[in-house]
Design a protein around this ligand. Structure first.
Ligand SMILES: [Fe+2]
Length: 345
């Protein structure tokens, strides 16, 4: 069994967090053990045997963790002698996403893995908000969006890692999360210069909430192809930006940076959008960005009625539709994609 310490500066190309690497093991931090479920841990664990100079198995994932074993594992962890295999990094980080602060402070995770944990947590909070758009869920989402903003402000190149993650998992279940992340990435690309927290935070929250009105639309309707909808169903779906506006008002979200993407993300420059058939300058920059991000992510997502397109093909399609989408925003999308090697290749 070979032990190798984690490489804290993995190249961009190795960003997918679940890529197997049969030869790497990481220490398990005591805070991480606190994040694991009480009775059963999600990864195999190994103890470092000084005398033999090797790792040996001490726990098989899924087995019951009784009190004595828990104490032993905790003591080993505190002594820096407890390890997990990086082959199980996905299960490890998914657990950590329930305690983001511990994950971001975990010295055993690379920045790429921390990005993954952060994105998983964002997805969970966003989903909770969409399931129940209430003040408590909004607070939770707001806090984690602020953490994301701070994370991006600390190092502007991290946005590329986030964009990489979007393209690692272009799944229908993640479409809403991916659209929010892409909107924020395009916004930062449009700004071109460092954006302070007091601006990035409300803009980011607006992007995570722009489709909140869909929480009022039944799953049966939202899953239907638009051509299959009868007029009354189509009207109901097309009213979702208004429903989102109403939800935002109920939650005292009146900041234009939050409201604009919610009410305008389906408006189109030629007046073919909804709900208000706005045209050209009537649509704000954040509404245009949300519209481009929403359409782009829909195109790269594999859906039952529509197979996914390659990222640059989807961006080219948006660029071609110059009567519909803001071309300066579309060009920033292309520039952004070209800056992420794994996406552009
Ligand atoms: Fe929408």
């Amino acid at each position: 069994m070979i032990f190798m310490p984690a490489d804290l500066d993995l190249p961009e190309e190795s960003l997918c967090p679940d890529e197997p690497n049969t030869e790497e093991y990481n220490q398990v931090d005591p805070c991480t053990l606190d994040c694991f479920p009480d009775h059963s841990y999600p990864v195999d664990l190994y103890r470092w045997r000084e005398s033999a100079g090797t790792l040996s198995p001490i726990y098989r994932c899924g087995a019951e963790v009784h009190t004595r074993l828990r104490g032993t594992l905790y003591a080993l962890s505190e002594a820096g002698k407890l390890f997990f295999s990086r082959n199980q990094i996905r299960a490890y980080t998914e657990c950590l996403s329930r305690n983001l602060d511990a994950a971001l402070d975990d010295p055993n995770l690379t920045w790429n893995e921390k990005s993954h944990v952060l994105i998983e947590s964002l997805g969970q909070r966003q989903q909770a908000m969409f399931q129940q758009p209430m003040p408590q869920e909004l607070d939770n989402l707001d806090r984690i969006v602020e953490t994301l903003c701070l994370y991006l402000i600390e190092d502007s190149t991290r946005m590329r890692r986030v964009v990489h993650h979007v393209h690692c998992t272009p799944l229908a279940a993640r479409q809403r999360l991916n659209a929010a992340l892409m909107a924020l990435a395009i916004f930062l690309e449009c700004e071109g210069e460092p954006v302070p927290l007091e601006r990035m935070h409300p803009v980011g929250l607006g992007f995570f909430l722009f489709d909140i009105g869909m929480s009022r639309v039944s799953r049966m309707l939202s899953d239907k192809k638009s051509m299959q909808l009868v007029p009354s169903e189509q009207r109901r779906v097309q009213e979702h930006p208004l429903a989102g506006f109403e939800i935002a008002g109920r939650l005292n979200l009146v900041n234009p940076e939050i409201v604009e993407p919610i009410i305008q993300h389906h408006e189109r420059l030629n007046g073919t959008g909804y709900p208000n058939r706005l045209r050209d300058r009537q649509i704000g920059k954040l509404g245009r960005i949300a519209g481009v991000a929403d359409s782009y992510v829909a195109m790269i997502t594999d859906r039952p009625h529509c197979p996914a397109r390659p990222p640059l093909h989807a961006a080219a399609e948006i660029l071609k539709q110059d009567k519909v989408y803001d071309q300066s925003v579309a060009r920033k999308l292309v520039r952004l994609l070209n800056a992420v090697p794994s996406v552009a290749s």
